[in-house]
Design a binder for this molecule. Sequence first.
Ligand code: G3P
Length: 219
Amino acid sequence: MKFFVDTADIADIKEMADTGLLDGVTTNPSLIAKSGRDFIEVTREICSIVDGPVSAEVVALDHETMMKEAETLRKIADNVCIKVPLTIDGLKTCKKLTSDGTQVNVTLCFSANQALLAAKAGATFVSPFVGRHDDNGFDGMSLIEDIVTIYSNYGFETEVLVASIRNPVHVLQSALIGADVATMPPAVIKGLFKHILTDKGIEGFVADWEKTGQSIPTS
Ligand code: G3P
C-alpha cells in the first residue's frame, strides 16, 4: 500500500518525507487555502521535497478551462498529478490528459458507479472519500470494497486512492480490502506508529538496561 500525506503544509511534508515511508502528496483547494501560500509556489516546493506524485487540483468547472489550468500545473514539475472532480467535464479532461501521459487523480468520488466512470476515463488514481461518506451516515468502507471488486473484475489499472481518512482504522480496513493508496493527514500517519504496549515495552527495556550500568559504544 502506498502512503500519501494529505496536506500542503511544508513542515509536515518534510517530517513525513524524512521517515522514508512517504510515497506522495495530495492537496486540494481547501488545503492550499489553509497553507496561506501561493498555489504554484507551494506546489513547486512540495514537488522538490517528494519524488512521488503530488496532486494539484484544478478549480475550473468547465473542460476547456480545466485543460488550460492543467497545462499551467503540469509545467510545475514532472511529478505533478492533475486532480479533477468527478464530473462530466472532469472526466473529459481526465481522458484527454491521460491520453498524452499526464497522471490524473479523479477526486470527490462518492459512488462505485462514479469510480467505474473514472477508470473508463483512464484515471491514474480515483479518490473515494471515506470520511465524508461516514460523516453523512453512509458506509465509507463498503464503497472502497465495491470499487476494489469492480476494478478487479475488469482489470482496470486505475489505483484506488482512499481519501478523507479520519483515523488509523480507515487505513487498516483499506489495506485489508486491498486499496492501492491511502492519503491521510499527518496526524493519522503518526497515529499508525503508536501503540501503548510498544511505549510500555520501551519503558521497561530502558529501565532494565539502566540497571546494568552498561552503555553501547558509539564511537
Ligand atoms: O484531499 C482529499 C481528501 O482527503 C480530503 O478529505 O474530508 O479531510 O477534507 P477531507
